[in-house]
Ligand binder design. Structure first.
Ligand SMILES: Nc1nc2c(ncn2[C@@H]2O[C@H](COP(=O)(O)OP(=O)(O)OP(=O)(O)O)[C@@H](O)[C@H]2O)c(=O)[nH]1
Length: 418
């Protein structure tokens, strides 16, 4: 169930994340000459020996329009609308595409739609001429905007170093290829095979688009998220299984304890005594011997029930058991054998000592304040087991000795050997 929720959450997070990274977590930068931070200007071939002439018109809505009269006679005639950030350079590596709202008109009717060259010009101190004017490295994309739906989106990876520039500017290998980390200008230029006549380039908007987090980094992050979630789940599950196991062990231990204890008197029952004896013999073996067994049976207990009710009878049995337990060392075992009969097992105790202990306990019962002002006594039978083999016989003999105590007048201790 948890896994299902976790999976659903991860799937939703992943899809939402991918969508957000693509559409919401984006940075934009206008690069169209609007605002005080940028400057728009036109450049024509007149500075290089040509006769073409360009002029710039800025519309009230901010659109930049270059009107250019291309004159023949020069080898590479051109006009160019150039936008430069006033404060130096732009690092375009943080962006992935350039969105353009641009239209081009030219005189060519039969020669096909007029072409536009877009240049990103970047600086590097290693370039020949050290960034003076034309020695900025041009990165170029050529296309015909006519008929395209605006905006036209150009991926920055589509910009290639102009081959004519590369041929005349031999560069060391590390500086070859596109470099967009220090762009000083973006230009919109007439095409390479430009026809003489009037050319108009109108730039309504130019916008750089980039992701806050690069898509590859973002996807890597998502993979890490999945791995971490999976690992977290595995750790959590193994912890949960261990916790379940611990709980069920505790429960079964509690149940086992219940099964070995007499619920009324809270001392061991017969099964509990057998189990405790087993453990004792396993731990101490023959060291437990000589071991004495004492049978204790409340005297005339039926009368207690008959005269004072079953509840008082229960209270007497409970007090009797707890009194025995409280007045014996921890190593001695106390159990309810059944009804109003109890058994005490005293390891490392010869019969004479056990008789003395039984006498002491008998005296304790006389001093005990019993419910309903009763004077409760018991009959005691003591027998000694010299070794493990003699244990069963000792139980039997102690029981018989207890009966002899009954027949002898009750409230007394009888040793089987007496
Ligand atoms: N209240 C109560 N009575 C119990 C319980 N278990 C056994 N008894 C009662 O203990 C009484 C034992 O009676 P008997 O076996 O005649 O023995 P006694 O009256 O003690 O007489 P002697 O043993 O000969 O001294 C019976 O009335 C049982 O009902 C118990 O858990 N609670």
């Amino acid at each position: 169930m948890v896994l299902r929720w976790l999976l659903a959450l991860l799937v939703v997070t992943t899809l939402l994340g991918l969508f957000a990274n693509e559409h919401w977590m984006t940075r934009r930068l206008a690069l169209d000459g609007r605002g005080p931070g940028q400057q728009a200007e036109v450049v024509d071939d007149s500075g290089s020996g040509g006769a073409s002439h360009a002029e710039l018109v800025t519309s009230p809505d901010g659109a930049q329009t270059m009107r250019c009269e291309i004159k023949p006679g020069f080898e590479w005639p051109f006009c160019e609308l150039q936008i430069t950030p006033k404060r130096g350079e732009l690092d375009l590596t943080r962006f992935s595409s350039l969105r353009l709202w641009v239209t081009v008109q030219g005189p060519q009717k039969d020669a096909g739609p007029a072409q536009l060259r877009v240049f990103l010009r970047s600086f590097h101190p290693g370039y020949p001429g050290h960034g003076v004017g034309e020695d900025l490295k041009p990165h170029e994309v050529v296309f015909a905007p006519a008929g395209l739906t605006l905006p036209v989106e150009l991926r920055l990876s589509q910009f290639m170093v102009s081959s004519w520039w590369a041929q005349t500017h031999p560069l060391p290998v590390p500086l070859m290829g596109p470099q967009l980390d220090r762009v000083r200008a973006i230009s919109f230029s007439t095409g390479g095979q430009v026809l003489p006549g009037m050319h108009v380039i109108r730039l309504d908007r130019a916008e750089l688009i980039g992701n806050w987090v690069a898509p590859e980094t973002f996807r890597l992050g998502l993979v890490m998220l999945w791995m971490a979630s999976l690992l977290g789940y595995l750790v959590w599950e193994s912890w949960a299984v261990r916790a379940r196991l611990r709980r069920s062990m505790r429960r079964s231990q509690a149940l086992e304890k219940l099964a070995l204890r007499d619920p009324l008197t809270q001392v061991a029952n017969r099964e509990g005594l057998n189990r405790a004896l087993e453990l004792l013999l396993r731990a101490q073996g023959e060291l437990s011997f000589p071991l004495s067994v004492v049978f204790v049976d409340a005297d005339h207990f039926k009368r207690v029930n008959d005269e004072h009710g079953h509840d008082v009878g229960d209270q007497v049995l409970t007090l009797l058991a707890q009194t025995l337990r409280a007045n014996l060392p921890r190593d001695d075992l106390v159990a309810r054998w059944g009804g109003e009969e109890f058994v005490i097992v005293m390891p490392q105790t010869p019969a004479e000592e056990a008789v003395a202990v039984a006498e002491r306990l008998r005296a304790v019962l006389q001093r005990t304040p019993w419910p309903a002002g009763l004077a409760v006594t018991a009959s005691w039978g003591v027998a000694e087991a010299p070794n493990e083999a003699g244990l069963e016989a000792a139980m039997r003999e102690a029981d018989q000795a207890m009966y002899r105590a009954k027949h002898g007048g009750r409230d007394r201790v009888i040793s089987a050997s007496a």
